[in-house]
Design a protein around this ligand. Structure first.
Ligand code: GCU
Length: 338
């Protein structure tokens, strides 16, 4: 009896070992969330990232990209990244100032003299490194940045030619104290809300307008409702790619491949961005959107106190601000293509 029992145990052990040896180790699923559509340069950049990493380490990792707020709003997704429920998220720099106030720097209006200055600053690791690692205690860090162009006002019924035209209008802004203050200085009434809520809020008349890059007119359909886009270009706010810190640290040797992948993501997204904006402009014109080129000076003057307030309150931003001025001298404003 005992012998039969022993044989049975032995057989079972052999079986278990065979199964264990024959089945491949499970792939780790890497979840990445963002709030743009599947046509957006950010999504295309992330697909290139997926391809690169899976090409190198496809036996170990399965990268899954979730577009269109499928995993929640941007703020929700940053929190999911903090706790490690998901691995990565693309978040606007705007909302990051509430996670660490060093991010306030890139939310300042008219911070960059030109898009060349903006890109050079974001590519300068002596500026971004300490900012990108500032949230490690909070559970995440930034691994690269993405282009989100420049932000301007767009409205339903009334073109914005000067700050005064914003008086009495409810304008959606991103959920950040800097943006609310900026809107108040310009004379409009700030309605902070998540990106995904803007279309319905415009359509139902809860707000009179919003502010963003040209992509939101077509890719998010805002140009179906708003017929005036005024190039005041008050901000150039980058999108920041965040990753759970513990997960990044656990990658060991594989980290090198992921780091290369982040470079691929940055490169592809930025290349695609240029034509995406041109196409969005063409598409918006077909929707009947009028593009307006107001004198920027009154806008610049109206928001100037904000930069002073922020730099006086948050002194650690001053060295960054000074460095940015050097780039502004090197790449001064030029007439942007219309
Ligand atoms: C841009 C930006 C997004 C952001 C959105 C917004 O589209 O790329 O990251 O969420 O603006 O206004 O909320």
């Amino acid at each position: 009896m005992f012998k039969r029992f022993k044989n049975l145990i032995l057989c079972l052990l052999v079986l278990v070992t065979m199964v264990a040896c024959s089945s491949k180790p499970e792939k780790k699923i890497i979840r990445i969330g963002h709030n743009q559509s599947q046509n957006h340069p950010t999504h295309l950049g992330l697909l290139a990232f997926e391809k690169y990493v899976e090409n190198e380490l496809g036996d170990k990792y399965d990268i899954q990209v979730f577009p269109s707020e499928l995993l929640g709003s941007q703020t929700d997704m940053v929190q999911l990244t903090q706790t490690g429920a998901i691995n990565m998220v693309v978040a606007s720099n705007s909302i990051l100032e509430t996670f660490d106030d060093v991010y306030e720097i890139f939310n300042l209006p008219y911070l960059f003299a030109s898009s060349e200055a903006y890109h050079a600053v974001m590519d300068d690791k002596s500026i971004t490194d300490s900012i990108f690692t500032s949230t490690r205690d909070g559970g995440f860090e930034a691994v690269t940045w993405l282009d989100a162009g420049s932000r301007s006002f767009y409205t339903k019924d009334k073109p914005i030619e000067k700050p005064d035209d914003l008086k009495g209008l409810k304008i959606r802004v991103q959920q950040s104290p800097t943006n609310v203050r900026m809107m108040n200085l310009l004379g409009g009434s700030a309605s902070p809300m998540g990106f995904g809520e803007v279309y319905t809020a415009l359509q139902s008349g809860i707000i009179d307008g919003a502010e963003n890059n040209e992509m939101s007119l077509t890719d998010n359909g805002h140009g179906e409702v708003c017929k005036y886009y005024s190039y005041d270009m008050h901000q150039m706010i980058p999108d920041i790619v965040l990753a759970n810190y513990e997960w990044l640290e656990s990658l060991g040797e594989d980290r090198k491949v992921f780091d290369e992948g982040f470079k691929v993501l940055n490169k592809v997204q930025r290349e695609k961005w240029v034509s995406a904006v041109d196409n969005a402009k063409e598409g918006a014109k077909k929707l009947g959107v009028n593009f307006i080129y107001p004198d920027q000076k009154p806008f610049v003057e109206a928001v100037a106190p904000l930069t002073e307030e922020v730099l006086n309150r948050n002194e650690k931003l001053k060295p960054f601000y000074e460095k940015i001025q050097e780039y502004n001298k090197k790449y001064p404003a030029k007439e942007e293509a219309k």
